[in-house]
Write a protein that binds this ligand. Sequence first.
Ligand code: CTP
Ligand code: MN
Ligand code: MN
Ligand code: MN
Length: 372
Amino acid sequence: FNTSPSSSCVQVSQYACQRRTPLQDINQIFTDAFEILAENCEFLGNKELCKSFLRASAVLKSLRFPIATMKDLDGLPLLGNEMKTIIEEILEDGKCARVLDVINGERYKSFKLFTSIFGVGLKTSEKWFRMGFRTLEEIKNNPEFKFTKMQKYGFLHYEDITSYISKSEALEIYDFVRDIILKLVPDAVVTLTGGFRRGKERGHDVDIIITCPRKEKEKSILHNTITILKNQGLILFYDINESTFVETKLPSKKVDALDHFQKCFIIFKLVKEGVGATNIKDNEMESKNWKAVRVDFVITPYKQYAYALLGWTGSRQFERDLRRYATNEKKMMLDNHGLFDKTKNVFLDAYTEEDIFEHLGLEYLEPWDRNA
Ligand code: CTP
Ligand code: MN
Ligand code: MN
Ligand code: MN
């Protein structure tokens, strides 16, 4: 079949939930640029422009052809003059001055560094930046600082946590955890979600979602699982957030609102079999035979599971567009807990992701086509 732009007569939707976005991004030279600019806007608190860059990037990610000339942009949504200027510059020079300015800028570099620490967000980064700090050493060695427990462990395992997790490492942890949970609750449903469910080969954490079809039986799973993992010495850090979910509450209007399910943010000790032994024999410095890996657990009631799974599978931009589509095109409210039809004034039940797409009048998209 023909993949040239001129042959595609089908209109590209402005919503990622109406486009297929596989992992392979043939317009990465442009989408990388837009994502750096978006991130810089986020660091500056410019939410609107951040959104525009991310939407433009997502449109390009869904294309089956590489942008080769400005003509290729004809008919594409969400690519205004500001976006086109950037694309044009990259087409001509292979780079964009505005992007280079950003990545060489003090603010962007500092925020990138600070937010890479587990437990440090925009607020803390802003504070440290204003105080004049620019490196991790300056912060780590400052006796004046009071760090949260999360940040302390973030510093302690910084190297491991900021290095990538492979799919095989993610699957190893997932299989291990699922076995423990199924011994506790044989009919529990344990699913690897997040980027790995979308087919990514590497990620920055392992997201695992857990439920049980028997009512309330999911409630004991998290604490019992953590106890077992702790007893095996496999938990370096954990932080449990108890559920604040209320079934009657309407879905959130904010596209980036966090959900209220019980969850746990973990630094897991992944022990690598056979590593370390040879070095000791050779009388070299003893190497560490384990790696600190970020793992997220989220536990949901069975009734909300499909919505939570859809929400935690991502990508973030895909989720934003799903919610925007529900609100603007369907007069419905969607979040990780459910879908509310404002016309009929009812919550719509769903037990699979397919059910949710159907409620929204959308063609079903597999997780690997949600890489917006
Ligand atoms: N998410 C969420 N609530 C949170 C954290 C995450 O709903 N408290 C959702 C996000 O919308 C995201 C998905 O869970 O789409 C996965 O989040 P995250 O692990 O941050 O990103 P990944 O896509 O898995 O990519 P990475 O490899 O960076 O982890
Ligand atoms: Mn993830
Ligand atoms: Mn992430
Ligand atoms: Mn996560």
